[in-house]
Design a binder for this molecule. Sequence first.
Ligand code: 5GP
Ligand code: MN
Length: 333
Amino acid sequence: MSEISQTILQTSFDEIGEIIRSHQSFIIMSHVRPDGDAIGSQLALGCSLLAANKTVRMIHQDGVPENLAFMAGAELIEPPPSEPILADVAIALDTAAKPRLGDAVIHAASKAKIWLNIDHHLSNPGYGDLNRIDPTSPATGQIIYQLITSQKLPLPAASRDAIYIAVSTDTGSFQYPSTSAETYELAADLVRRGLEVGKINTQLYDSYPFRRIELMRRLLNSLERHADGRIAAWEMRDQTRVELELVPDDSEGLIDLIRAIRGVEVAVFFEELPEGKIRVSMRSKNPLYNVCEIAVALGGGGHALAAGIRMAGPLETAKKLVLDAIKNQLAKI
Ligand code: 5GP
Ligand code: MN
């Protein structure tokens, strides 16, 4: 797996800094079904460039999810316009594959002179004219922090908070193994720059809508264990989305609950999507067990310990394919 990104020519922070200094207008983008790292990276870089007096359009196909609407600058993120934006540089953030930006965003950015791709996904093929893909980084937000500080770009309060949110959400609150000394140093630096840790964590983690807990109850009722308890899986029918009036981010992070069971090495979440496709989310707790390999084999992607797939339904068929693949791999360890 790791050879994928090693074959990509990496652009240095100085080169990216030079592109920023020598151009005036920018489009900043991130992936559909955005999480904290996607929106956080977008706002962090976007607000920094605005503070540097650049012309910036932050566009998103799905918009800012309800749970991140409190973020400073969230109102600056707009739907992609129907006509291509005339800008010098388009920057894709946290987006492992170009189609994950969404068709409307790709069209809106199609006239940009330079495409820059900044990401931390192992499976990113390097679809930009210039690419900086660092799979050792726990969050794209950490790469943006390195870019901003190394190039002495402005770090306004909105960017400071957005970097924290990006990194905190992609590291499971600074817990996953990819969290490094550098990550804690980044957090310490942001606190010294005025970040209010208690306030921001309450906004992020203590403000869930009740329907998310109702979803948790439904999911717990579907919980299954396989391979002598090494695999835990649960599933959600589309009917549940309809009944509980769920929005996509209501299920964000719930998989961590079953990943946390003693003895579980792989957690899997199967979600029936409205159009009949199945969204598969996988988490590994065993560094020897790479769920990205399973995901890539079945048409998805992601990271060694967190990966996902969109596959054909029905749910039972997708479930059998994925669970059999995981069981086969687990038997070898
Ligand atoms: P999640 O399970 O949180 O949706 O995604 C975990 C990781 O897997 C994310 O880094 C995400 O980019 C990647 N991922 C999730 N779903 C897909 C997919 O359908 N295709 C690809 N290529 N990557 C995915
Ligand atoms: Mn990310």
